[in-house]
Design a protein around this ligand. Sequence first.
Ligand code: NDP
Length: 424
Amino acid sequence: MEKLTKDFRHLSRLEKIEQLKKHGWLNEESEQILHNHSVIDKELLDNLIENVIGQGTLPIGILPEIIVNDKAYVVPMMVEEPSVVAAASYGSKLFNNTGGLKIIKTGTTKLGQIVFDQVSNTTELSKQIYALEEQIHKVADKVYPSIKKRGGGYQKIEIDEFPKEHMLSLKVHVDTCDAMGANIINTILEGIASYLETELDNNEILMSILSNYNTTSVVRIEGKINIKDLEKNGMSGEEVAYRMERASVLAHIDPYRAVTHNKGVMNGISSVVLVTGNDTRSVEASAHAYASKDGQYRGLTTWKFDKENKQLIGSIELPLAIGTIGGGIGLLPASKVALDILNVQTSQELGHVMAAVGLAQNFSACRALVSEGIQQGHMNLHYKSLAIKIGAKGEEIHAVTTALKQSSNPNLTAAEEILKEIRS
Ligand code: NDP
């Protein structure tokens, strides 16, 4: 596979598809899907969810290169917000300049819980369950043998007691291999629950369900950016790095900032989650819960200024329970194309890329915030959207965008007047 050219972003949509194919990132089926605007075929459309009346689409943009553990990825991102793809691409480019991002920590196990209610003595019940662990393991293997054959399956149990509320949660750890695993885990849990119902007297099971708080599939990624790459608008690289570090401290101590900080992180991650057909709600829920793991909501990334080595060091840590198979993954046409372009071998590898994109995205957002401000880059894209909204076509879009940049009051009315003038 060959690196995309520097002028990739200036190519037309069709030229971009052609280059992805020519450089080995796209197979023929994916090329056809893209030419057909990733339309879902009628059979799948009518059966994937309930009460179907149509299908919605979002643009798919390309992040041309992000290097994670020495492997270069081209990353498709599906999102409606302008500047997200540009920001992630810019951040990636600066990380790539120092050799790319590195995986520090990773995990694949997913969790499910069987919750007992009306428990008179949680300590006693806990002891009884642990004594049955060997049998529980056997039941899990029996109800879902195929996941064991794939090298995954039951790992262990853990128990949380809630004596005041007379509840006990039995957490089952399962390796679901390349699937996100909700259905796999739920099947295993129901098997174990029905076994425990017969083994344990007088204990009511309230529910058995996967937990989206995937603390066993936490990914940590780190990357470095050279200070000289941070110089901006007369601000030295050192100053930008210092201000980035302060922005990171703020996201750690102030939830009002932390939520917005993490929204930016998820701009990157959710775009990749969505395009690959993964469950956006699951990833978002677990990311935000993890951000509050010590009782206060905090930023999912950290930035540190390494003065000695003249580098800015960034890191991200969050749970990523995602798949490269299962659910809508690989069924939805966009997800087929995305997985083809991403060229990942496992769901774990996909998680690494997602986390890396989240960090790159957060870098660009924070860098802009502490230097020129977020609106400069944002507004250029906003002007373009305004131009399209008022019906500008082809060359007119560029002309209206440029004129809006120079306007003292660059709003919809101004855009309409500019277009009128161009056409007169
Ligand atoms: P599936 O139910 O589609 O299960 C995965 C399938 O992939 C299995 O049939 C498995 O086959 C097959 N498979 C093939 N190769 C592999 C491999 N290498 N590794 C793992 N499985 C493989 O998907 P999930 O169990 O992942 O469930 C995901 C879906 O569940 C999503 O749509 C999600 O939105 C939804 N969901 C989410 C919930 C939540 O988040 N709380 C709750 C309920 C559902 P085999 O069976 O032969 O092993």
